[in-house]
Design a protein around this ligand. Structure first.
Ligand code: NAD
Ligand code: UDP
Length: 318
């Protein structure tokens, strides 16, 4: 994808990451077509673009097929439920969106000779035995585990993308996204940041799973989005994979305490049962992103959390 690119397709563009990506793309001069089935995405995330004639929105479930889209230069494939709470209740949908749905996206790109940016995940590393996780790590994942519709679905999506790249010379670039948070996450999404923030704002106890010693590394959404666009622009990413995230690692218990302080209320922290197969640690090795994309996350956790708290405060009050 060169600098003359004009038309981006974003699957999952009504979701949390997707809608921020749409903002960034329209802001930098792209025409944008969104495909979303609104299973977890909401129209409100895109309402501010409705009057823009460079913006088009299709309400479509990818598993059923794609609408007629022409002249796509790049397809950012983000459609997929991503909340661990959905891995059981919507496992079939998740597995098929990341296989059948990804198949349809790759076919569209092939037909139009478009670049594909596939949203994969740190979940492909499973409960990692190598720490931090570089792209070369093959992972530690259970094919039958509680998280398998998502992590094996994403692994299969990467495999299918590489098969298209090798067999048809399609330009496929894969991003392994690590935990990302920010405004527009749903309060009832189930992921840890919006859950703790909503609980703290309502004065409810913060529900730490297990003893809270498990770690994650949280990336603010605007940093991720900048990286996604860099991946699409950087020619050497053709056929390659890169981690994007933030490499500042924190325990979940420390995160709960931080959010409680920032919200300036003092709800209790309670320990509840952990999720099955919950990864014990996660932190990206960002060497490749730094060297190849000249990219790195710049938003400190406290600042990102403050913005997320303000956004959720506003939405919980309305
Ligand atoms: P999200 O749930 O807010 O967004 C997903 C979007 O995809 C929603 O708008 C949803 O309606 C849409 N969607 C789901 N299934 C669909 C289908 N079959 N057809 C059409 N649209 C469909 O989640 P998010 O956090 O914005 O995640 C976006 C992408 O990034 C996902 O692919 C996810 O796996 C990946 N990712 C996110 C994170 C993170 O921390 N946010 C981490 C790793 C990977
Ligand atoms: N978590 C928690 N309380 C919650 C929600 C999540 O302690 O109410 C923990 C969860 O068990 C995991 C971490 O926070 O260890 C991150 O969970 P999240 O759902 O955000 O994403 P994951 O990284 O597991 O995909």
């Amino acid at each position: 994808m060169g600098d003359d690119v004009t038309h981006a397709v974003v699957t999952g563009g009504a979701g949390f990451v997707g809608s921020h990506l749409v903002d960034e793309l329209l802001g930098s001069g792209f025409r944008v077509t969104v495909v979303d089935d609104f299973s977890t995405g909401v129209r409100r995330n895109l309402d501010h673009h409705r009057a823009d004639d460079r913006f088009e929105l299709h309400s479509v479930d990818l598993k059923q097929g794609l609408p007629a889209i022409e002249d796509a230069d790049v397809v950012f494939h983000l459609a997929s439920r991503a909340s661990p709470g959905d891995f059981r209740s919507h496992g079939v949908d998740i597995a098929l969106t990341n296989s059948v749905g990804t198949n349809r996206v790759l076919d569209l790109a092939l037909e139009q000779d478009a670049t594909v940016v596939l949203a994969s995940t740190s979940e492909v590393y499973g409960d990692p035995e190598v720490h931090p996780q570089p792209e070369s790590y093959v992972g530690h994942v259970s094919v039958r585990g509680a998280r398998s519709p998502y992590d094996i679905g994403k692994r299969f999506g990467e495999t299918l993308g590489m098969a298209y790249a090798r067999q048809f010379d399609l330009d496929v670039r894969t991003v392994r996204i690590f935990n990302t948070y920010g405004p527009r996450m749903r309060p009832d999404d189930g992921r840890v940041v919006p859950t703790f923030v909503s609980q703290a704002l309502s004065g409810d106890p913060l529900t730490v799973h297990g003893d809270g010693t498990q770690t994650r590394s949280f990336c603010y959404v605007s940093d991720l989005v900048t990286g996604l666009v860099e991946v699409a622009r950087e020619p050497s990413m053709d056929g390659d994979v890169v981690n994007l995230g933030n490499d500042e690692e924190i325990t979940i218990l420390a995160l709960a305490r931080r959010i409680r302080e920032l919200v300036d209320r003092s709800p209790e922290i309670v320990h509840v049962d952990g999720r099955p197969d919950d990864p014990t640690k996660r932190r990206p090795d960002l060497t490749r992103a730094r060297e190849r994309l000249d990219w790195q996350p710049t938003t400190p956790l406290d600042e990102g959390l403050r913005r997320t708290i303000e956004d959720l405060r506003g939405r919980l009050e309305t």
